[in-house]
Design a protein around this ligand. Sequence first.
Ligand SMILES: [Zn+2]
Length: 184
Amino acid sequence: MDHIVVAKILDGSTDDSFMHEGIAPCTCPECHLPLKKVINPEYLISLRKTGDIRYTRDRYCLVSENFRIFCIQNEYPGLIFIPLVSSAGYYYFESQKIYPINMELQGIELSDPCLTCCSYRKVKIAYPVYSKTRDNIQHDFICQTEMEFGINEKKSPLIIIGVDTAKKMIDFGLRGLSFHDVYK
Ligand SMILES: [Zn+2]
């Protein structure tokens, strides 16, 4: 394997808040893990923190109006922005475009699955992350991994972006971003 950077993981800071305090809606009756992300209309984003991308402690990815404008101007397909009704100017964010990671090269630690909903309590990914894309490497895109990583209800997919996209985000002036390399 050659250590060529083919994409970047986009990360942000973690907010002090939870999207759902207490038990989240739509959980598995057996293991009580959330079955999907549900937006809480009463959720208030912390105004003490800044940054154009951040995660709640239960791993909802939230972005600013600036982040959304950047994505619209660049016409990235398949992105979802759900407005946070109690936190004007912020959105829950995800991508419908899946970025394939190389599961053979990738170190992933799984706990036993729940027999009712098939979700894992623990899905731990080791860095660095390896791409499954061998040829035809794109440089400007925003995708996410199919799998969610983390522990218990604190799980989310990784947002994977092009190497050029990372540069464009910095040039645009988006703040609070951090990046990790994805290798071929
Ligand atoms: Zn379950």
